[in-house]
Design a protein around this ligand. Structure first.
Ligand SMILES: CC(=O)[C@@H](O)[C@H](O)COP(=O)(O)O
Ligand SMILES: NCC(=O)COP(=O)(O)O
Length: 237
């Protein structure tokens, strides 16, 4: 089974544009779960332009499914995750000024840093995942860090699929097969959508979780949040 974790960053982006509390991100998370989402993902960035650190604390008592916090483990982020103790932390090597995530970790070059961070989180019972490009060398490197899971960075798949190039799935299949063999759980995310999710799910062995935000919120403008979540759940069966 592949779990759907709804990324609510975009809900916070709309809220922040007016400075009040509309839409309410905590209520949105509660509603998404009641509509069947099996997880809530947030990705606070250092400039707090969408999800704010305070949101991460406010969400904790209301997320009764899987709570996934993504981000670059700078000191402030690490402290927050260790205090909140979500179900999962996903480490992403974002530059401070990145518009959105645009690369996975070099798990070989940054092995020592990742080992240290992963031990810190796992010691508090938090499942770990690291964001990686679809490159088997990076999957082997990820295994050596001690992480529980990887999150495959799916931007290249999403882009190519939209151009009609279904072959773009191949490196993801190879990485997932290797991850399954060596005992790493497989998550995936970035630019997944109602258009491309089913083909991805059908071809990736052992896909445990997808986190989806930008497309899901955009599709909901036309189709409604509850309906869109149901549509994803049907495609992920
Ligand atoms: C790691 C990943 O792919 C997502 O978390 C994505 O980066 C969402 O972040 P933004 O909402 O800031 O684009
Ligand atoms: N980890 C990926 C994520 O949370 C959502 O990415 P996107 O759907 O907003 O591109």
């Amino acid at each position: 089974m592949t779990k759907l974790s709804v990324n609510i960053n975009k809900v916070a982006t709309i809220r922040n544009s007016r400075g009040g509390n509309v839409p309410n991100v905590v209520q949105f998370a509660k509603d998404a779960q009641s509509y069947g989402a099996q997880g809530i993902t947030i990705h606070p960035r250092p400039d707090e332009r969408h999800i704010k650190y305070q949101d991460a604390y406010d969400l904790k008592p209301e997320v009764y499914t899987e709570y996934n916090i993504e981000g670059n483990p700078i000191d402030k982020f690490t402290k927050m995750v260790l205090e909140i103790k979500p179900t999962q932390v996903t480490l992403v090597p974002d530059a401070v000024d990145a518009i959105t995530s645009n690369a996975g970790w070099d798990t070989i070059k940054h092995k020592d840093f990742l080992v240290e961070k992963i031990q810190e989180f796992k010691a508090q019972g938090i499942r770990t995942s690291i964001f990686v490009d679809p490159d088997v060398k990076q999957i082997e490197g990820a295994k050596a860090t001690g992480t529980d899971r990887i999150e495959l960075y799916t931007e290249s798949y999403a882009h190519e699929y939209a151009q009609g190039n279904k072959e773009a799935i191949k490196p993801f299949v190879d990485c997932a097969k290797l991850a399954n063999e060596i005992g790493l759980g497989v998550n995936a995310g970035h630019d997944l959508s109602l258009d491309n999710i089913q083909f991805f799910k059908e071809n990736i062995p052992g896909l445990l979780e997808v986190s989806i935000g930008h497309a899901l919120i955009s599709e909901s403008l036309y189709l409604g949040v509850e309906n869109v979540i149901q549509m994803y759940l049907n495609k992920l069966k």
